[in-house]
Ligand binder design. Structure first.
Ligand code: SF4
Length: 403
């Protein structure tokens, strides 16, 4: 029979069992510095995303970077598919509050432009750069002189044709071999300021590939499920793959790739990390799924609460419960919350009911209680209560969080 351990008190004379370790110690790795953000060697796991604006549209790109920063982004990547995009890099780098990585395919000369522009790192995909092989020495020298790390990014769609022929498809082994071979091109020139990504759309292939890579090298690893899909499906696929890997101690920086705005990708990444205890939680909405006792449209109420607290920059757990029978008990761990019923909402703070308000005033009252919860700082003011607040100062506050 399978033995099941329950958290029962130890019998007299028997030592209590220590709790199981859920998240393994981080895999030892080298450290690189992506501008001001350390990656690897135990540094906090960073969240990054990529802008979707034309890089030549500097204002729009900076706005998207600001939105990503407000969502918790640590590193931003911009695509550089043309000479005009390369020309836009200095202005973007100068005004971005977080390090900028240039994402370059096909054109080695843009790598030099990105380094000259002050980009914090460059992502290259040697499998996509036809003339790359004879430029590696120059790139290694330029990147080394500027202390600019290179991210080797291998994914299923850009696998080296020789490895595709060898393995038949983008297997974990093929992705790993491709990445390590591309690293070796730089290592030959003494350049090891590298991080690696091996991405695939299938989460299990991603897990297998990163496990192989983690065992085969000590470079820091950038986790991602590429082309994961729309927000709902993609978030689940990313959480499954990254959850497994991060729980094994594998992964130093993450990017959730969704068919959704970059800020949404960042939020998903931050939630994955905070769910594993790898990043301090910020706002967490604990809402019940509803059942036959439901006395309110819980889906709409949860959405309204989530929208109202969007951007709240301090740790807060808000419970939204659909009935007054079980709600308070089910959300005892929340900082503030509401149990709804009969057109009213019981507002509670840390399990104690502090008010009963009409349903139409629930969200407003929750916001007021959130402010009381953090009365000593204006950072705790959601924008609804301070519409005059400067949004850029919120972004700056978010970006300076110690996450
Ligand atoms: Fe059902 Fe109430 Fe629990 Fe929501 S809080 S799931 S309505 S019992």
């Amino acid at each position: 029979m399978t033995r099941t351990d329950l958290p029962l008190p130890a019998l007299p004379g028997h030592a209590a069992q220590p709790p199981a370790t859920i998240v393994a110690a981080r895999r030892p790795s080298r450290r690189i510095n992506v501008g001001t953000v350390p990656v690897g060697d135990g540094a906090p796991i960073s969240v990054q995303t990529m802008t979707t604006t034309a890089t030549t549209d500097i204002d729009a790109t900076l706005q998207q970077i600001a939105a990503s920063v407000a969502a918790g982004c640590d590193i931003i990547r911009v695509a550089v598919p043309s000479a005009d995009d390369a020309l836009a890099l200095p202005a973007i780098v100068a005004k971005s509050p977080i390090p900028v990585i240039a994402d370059i395919h096909f054109q080695p000369r843009y790598v030099f432009a990105a380094i000259d522009a002050g980009c914090a790192a460059v992502r290259v995909n040697p499998g996509n750069i036809k003339k790359f092989d004879n430029k590696v020495r120059e790139i290694a020298q330029a990147a080394g002189a500027a202390n600019v790390p290179i991210r080797i990014g291998v994914n299923a769609g850009s696998l080296d044709p020789r490895l595709l022929a060898k393995y038949g498809k983008a297997t974990p082994e093929a992705l790993t071999e491709s990445a390590l071979w591309e690293c070796s091109l730089f290592e030959e020139h003494g350049f090891t300021d590298i991080k690696i990504a091996v991405k695939h759309h299938d989460p299990l292939t991603v897990v297998a590939a990163y496990r192989l890579l983690a065992a085969a090298c000590d470079y820091p690893l950038h986790l991602g499920v590429t082309e994961a899909g729309p927000a709902f499906q993609g978030s689940i696929k990313s959480a499954v793959a990254m959850g497994i890997l991060l729980a094994e101690g594998i992964g130093d920086t993450i990017r959730v790739s969704l068919s959704a705005p970059p800020a949404e990708q960042v939020k998903a990444g931050c939630h994955i990390l905070s769910s594993l205890g790898l990043r301090p939680r910020t706002l967490e909405i604990v809402s019940c799924p509803g059942c036959g006792r439901l006395q309110v449209d819980i889906h709409k109420l949860a959405q309204r609460v989530e929208a109202a607290f969007d951007g709240f920059p301090l740790p807060l757990r808000v419970a939204v419960m659909g009935c007054v029978v079980n709600g308070p008990g089910e959300s005892r761990d929340a900082d503030i919350g509401v149990s709804s019923g009969n057109g009213k909402g019981q507002i509670f703070v840390r399990g104690q009911v502090v008010a009963t308000v009409p349903e139409s005033q629930i969200v407003e009252r929750l916001l007021e209680e959130a402010l009381k919860h953090r009365p000593h700082t204006r950072l705790g003011c959601p924008r609804e209560l301070h519409p005059e607040a400067d949004p850029t100062s919120r972004s700056a506050a978010s970006s300076s969080r110690n996450l």
